[in-house]
Design a protein around this ligand. Structure first.
Ligand code: FAD
Ligand code: 2HG
Ligand code: ZN
Length: 475
């Protein structure tokens, strides 16, 4: 029997994509940086099928590229060009298996779309707080494998903090059952943490037990013009106490980014009459319903008072607080459409960096100068999660440039930014992971000891290097 026929025997016709046209969407990434090739797209329907497929691949030394919603930003879900791998898509494993309302947990298969999880939690008066622009198409398996961040990390933590148990198929096909709904567990090394953020290079996440939180009942969202990133950081710093610890999002954007969204996204509108250089989207939420009346205020009133005081101090130049959910959503659309509008505008280079929050303003000033020095005429588009010190310090090509023309300068621009990040004691990948795009950078910017330990782990757990080869670390 041929390899493909053996695969068919495990997953059936429904679980196999061989047609060239149908395979195409699985073979390139969201950013269209890579176009890979594969022997087949394999779509198992259960953990047992994943295990059988992996056992077959281990026996025949065929490499596997795990894939969820294929929204990753680092090329980790795209197979290499040689065409000797299979893409193992988890998208048929899309069942929510249990919601434990009392225990605040949800058990899911790896291919469930993030938005489906958020909605299921809300239907049970609970919150699953992971929230990001790709939530309508990314999967929880991909979120956990990239240790995704998003817009509520400053309050709830990133994906690593939102999960209790995992089930993983190991590179030899064994199934590790770590499906324990435990908030505390010190029994030896934490295997769970090993697979979170491993980008499919150590095994395949097939199930997870997620943590839930109370559903917010009082939400205040504002769109704020600030003079500088320093004002944004100071505004956030004071907001923690003013909101009584209810800051759930704080996102920074520049006028350049807003211009791109207004130009490229149908229906986008500027909430403020005048143009400003910098904007903050600030959201406070609480599970306590707003109580109005004598000496009782909801978050909206508290936010109004806080922003009024900040305006008197010169921290805030102008601001509008959303009066309803529709208006809040329109503010969020301006923020969440940054990636899409950059894509529509033309070629861009992304830097998914972090530095400590207090150093962020200085980093931005130096980073903008660096970009303009390396490529005069390029359009810096810094935006992102100011509360995490994590900015997408992106660079849009000068207008009208082709991708090859712009990418010619990619190494010089990124090298200069990563050197600056290193000088600031920051990280060259705060959210999107290493994937394929930053393999050389990881090797350059992490210490020899760290690289040696990572390599030892990879070799021990995946001795034949069949799990997503060429991603994260070269062995
Ligand atoms: P994929 O892209 O399919 O895969 C990502 C990586 O995980 C690959 O290395 C893949 O091999 C591996 N993988 C996937 N599933 C499994 C599995 N079950 N087991 C083992 N390995 C697996 N990221 C953020 O962190 N924060 C953001 O705010 C954010 N916003 C985004 C906005 C947009 C518009 C887009 C397009 C992307 C954004 N991302 C963001 C990037 C991306 O990391 C997330 O969308 C998401 O976590 C990826 O999930 P996915 O299912 O699409 O994974
Ligand atoms: C976000 O925060 C994502 O919107 C994507 O992480 C960032 O496109 C980007 O650079
Ligand atoms: Zn982000």
């Amino acid at each position: 029997m041929s390899f493909v026929e053996k695969l068919r025997a495990i997953v059936g016709d429904k679980g196999l994509v061989l047609d060239t046209q149908e395979m195409r969407p699985y073979l390139s990434d969201w950013r269209e940086n890579y176009l890979g090739a594969a022997l087949a797209i394999v779509r198992p329907a259960s953990t047992e099928e994943v295990s059988e497929v992996v056992k077959l691949c281990a026996a025949e030394k065929v490499a596997i590229c795990p894939q969820g919603g294929n929204t990753g930003m680092s090329g980790g879900a795209t197979p290499q060009e040689v065409g000797l791998e299979i893409v193992l898509s988890l998208t048929r494993m899309n069942r929510i298996l249990e919601i434990d309302k009392v225990g605040y947990s949800m058990t899911v298969e790896a291919g469930v779309i993030l938005k489906t999880i958020q909605e299921a939690a809300a239907d049970h008066d609970r919150l699953f707080p992971l929230s990001l622009g790709a939530e309508g198409s990314c999967t929880i398996g991909g979120n956990l494998s990239t240790n995704a961040g998003g817009v509520q990390v400053l309050h709830y933590g990133n994906a690593r903090n939102l999960v209790m148990g995992l089930e993983v198929v190991l590179p030899n096909g064994d199934i590790w059952n770590g499906m324990r709904a435990l908030k505390k567990d010190n029994t030896g090394y934490d295997l769970r943490d090993l697979y979170l953020g491993a980008e499919g290079t150590l095994g395949i996440i097939t199930k997870a037990i997620l943590k839930l939180w109370p559903k917010p009942k009082d939400v205040a969202t504002s769109w704020i013009a600030v003079a500088s990133p320093a004002a944004a950081v100071e505004l956030l710093s004071g907001a923690y106490a003013a909101s009584e610890d209810n800051v759930t999002s704080c996102e920074l954007m520049s006028r350049q980014g807003i211009e791109l969204v207004l130009k490229n996204i149908h229906g986008a509108t500027d909430p403020l009459a005048d143009r400003h250089d910098w904007y903050v989207l600030l959201e406070w939420s609480s599970s306590r319903p707003p109580r109005h009346g004598a000496n009782q205020t909801g978050l909206r009133e508290k936010m109004e008072t806080y922003l009024g005081e900040a305006m008197e101090k010169g921290l805030v130049l102008d601001a509008v607080i959303a009066q309803n959910e529709t208006q809040a959503r329109s503010f969020w659309a301006l923020r969440e459409n940054h990636s899409e509008s950059q894509k529509r505008e033309g070629p861009s280079i992304k830097h998914d960096i972090s530095v400590s929050v207090s150093k962020l303003p200085e980093f931005v000033a130096e980073g903008l100068a660096v970009m303009n020095r390396v490529l005069p005429g390029c359009r810096p588009v810094p935006f992102g999660h100011v509360g995490d010190g994590n900015l997408h310090f992106n660079c849009q090509s000068p207008p009208g440039w082709s991708k090859p023309q712009f990418m010619h300068h990619g190494e010089a621009i990124s090298g200069a930014i990563y050197d600056l990040v290193t000088r600031f004691g920051g990280s060259i990948s705060a959210e999107h992971g290493i994937g394929r795009i930053k393999v050389n950078e990881l090797a350059h910017y992490r210490s020899q000891i760290e690289l040696d330990v990572m390599r030892m782990l990879k070799r021990a757990l995946d001795p034949h290097n069949i799990m997503n080869p060429g991603k994260v670390i070269q062995v």
